[in-house]
Design a protein around this ligand. Structure first.
Ligand code: SF4
Length: 224
């Protein structure tokens, strides 16, 4: 590799021509498929671990089932399932019965709807809000001017306690809904159960951060 790190995001080749999609395909200077094949071999061993073997198999089955019209060929398949549905189907495939829902106070209305959807599908839902514990932000070193409303008591987002609550409930699978940047990172590190993300927080874009990317040549050109 003439370049130090992988940079697949900037691979110059058409997707069908790339080495990661077709044997004997094309590879640029920074290609991990060509230059880090030992890591591919190491990854395949990881999937043999008990905790991942069935998980990985079912996740890829779920991926393929997310398309309709597969008999028409790759160019004509259509997306068929929302992420809410896919999470439920995957959880059923894995025999997960108790779902954790770690959500942001700003999405409490959405959390109620999501909890009801999964309960109606037969899951036991354990939900926990980010403000659980009502611990003041001063406790993690913020001064009063660093709060959303300066000089007032302000409960911190507490992703660690969200994880601990769901760990204590022995959830089978956790779903993140709208946790803040960084708070989500802490939750993901402290949760015992495997986790997936239903939605990420974007206060400006209605929790659809890619809207800025889709409009990068127009309204969000200042991001470039
Ligand atoms: S693995 Fe190689 S061929 Fe595939 S996207 Fe990355 S750089 Fe391109």
């Amino acid at each position: 590799m003439t370049q130090k790190f992988s940079d697949c995001a900037r691979c110059p080749f058409a997707i069908a021509e790339r080495l990661c999609r077709t044997p004997n395909g094309k590879a640029p200077a920074f290609c991990p498929t060509r230059d880090l094949s030992q890591l591919t071999q190491a990854s395949l061993k990881i999937y043999k671990q008990d905790k991942y073997a069935e998980f990985a198999r079912q996740a890829s089955i779920q991926e393929a089932e997310g398309y309709a019209d597969k008999d028409l060929g790759y160019a004509r398949v259509r997306p068929a399932k929302t992420r809410i549905e896919e999470i439920a189907e995957f959880a059923n495939k894995m025999n997960f019965r108790r779902l954790g829902l770690a959500f942001c106070v700003g999405l409490r209305r959405e959390a109620k709807i999501v909890a009801d959807i999964y309960s109606d599908k037969g899951f036991e839902v354990v939900s926990v809000i980010c403000k659980t514990g009502c611990s003041d932000k001063n406790l993690i070193g913020l001064n009063d001017t660093q709060k959303i409303v300066p000089n007032e008591p302000e409960a911190m987002c507490n992703p660690a306690v969200q994880a601990l609550v769901l760990n204590e409930a022995k959830t089978d699978f956790n779903i993140l809904l709208g946790l803040c940047v960084g708070h989500d990172s802490i939750f993901l590190q402290e949760a015992d159960a495997p986790c997936t993300v239903l939605a990420v927080k974007d206060r400006v874009l209605g929790h659809n951060p890619l809207a800025a990317v889709y409009n990068i040549d127009s309204y969000y050109r200042s991001l470039k």
